[in-house]
Design a protein. Structure first.
Ligand code: FES
Length: 184
């Protein structure tokens, strides 16, 4: 009985300093959580950034000097380099495109991918048409559909001009549909 009373007395004596320690420990805990949360924001952004970034080409690819194409009378093939970012992976690849003109004489750049099933469509000098080697689809010099199984003409790509250089934004489009639809 006497021991218990001594213990209770000791508890009563140490109570103010223990409460101070508990308060400081709680304050330290809350402070640590706050600082950890603050520091983790840039880390999380750094870790997730490549995943939430778009995976298509980021900037236009040079096709050539404008003067190279203004006097051309039939489609001119050029190989462009495209840079694509997919998650953490950056890839550089080459694609063939055709610089041609629309019926107003304005330059346009066509992808060389057939909108039917994706074969590469070459320009046929003799027939003066694009002729797809896979299923015989044919397209006019401006890329519009002439015949064959494709439901639309060859897709045009977005272009811009910088310091006299023709730039193109390469994209992929859905096949087997009549409307042009970007897929990447
Ligand atoms: S892939 Fe070109 S016509 Fe079929």
């Amino acid at each position: 009985m006497t021991g218990k009373t001594d213990l209770q007395n000791a508890d009563a004596r140490s109570s103010p300093s223990e409460s101070r320690r508990s308060f400081l420990a709680a304050l330290l805990g809350v402070g640590s959580v706050f600082i950890a949360a603050l520091l983790s924001v840039p880390l999380i952004r750094f870790a997730l950034f490549p995943l939430i970034r778009r995976t298509t080409q980021l900037k236009g690819s040079p096709v050539g000097d404008l003067s190279e194409f203004t006097s051309s009378i039939e489609p001119v093939m050029r190989t462009i380099q495209i840079e694509q970012v997919d998650g953490w992976r950056k890839a550089i690849s080459e694609k063939a495109v055709y610089v041609t003109k629309d019926n107003q004489g304005q330059l346009r750049v066509l992808t060389s991918i057939c909108p039917h099933l994706g074969c590469t469509v070459p320009w046929n000098k003799e027939k003066k048409q694009f002729v797809c080697p896979c299923h015989g689809g044919t397209f006019a010099p401006d890329g519009s559909r002439v015949s064959g199984p494709s439901l639309r003409g060859i897709d045009t790509l977005e272009t811009s001009v910088e310091n006299g250089q023709l730039l193109v934004q390469f994209q992929y489009f859905r096949q087997l549909v009549s409307d042009k639809e970007v897929i990447g």
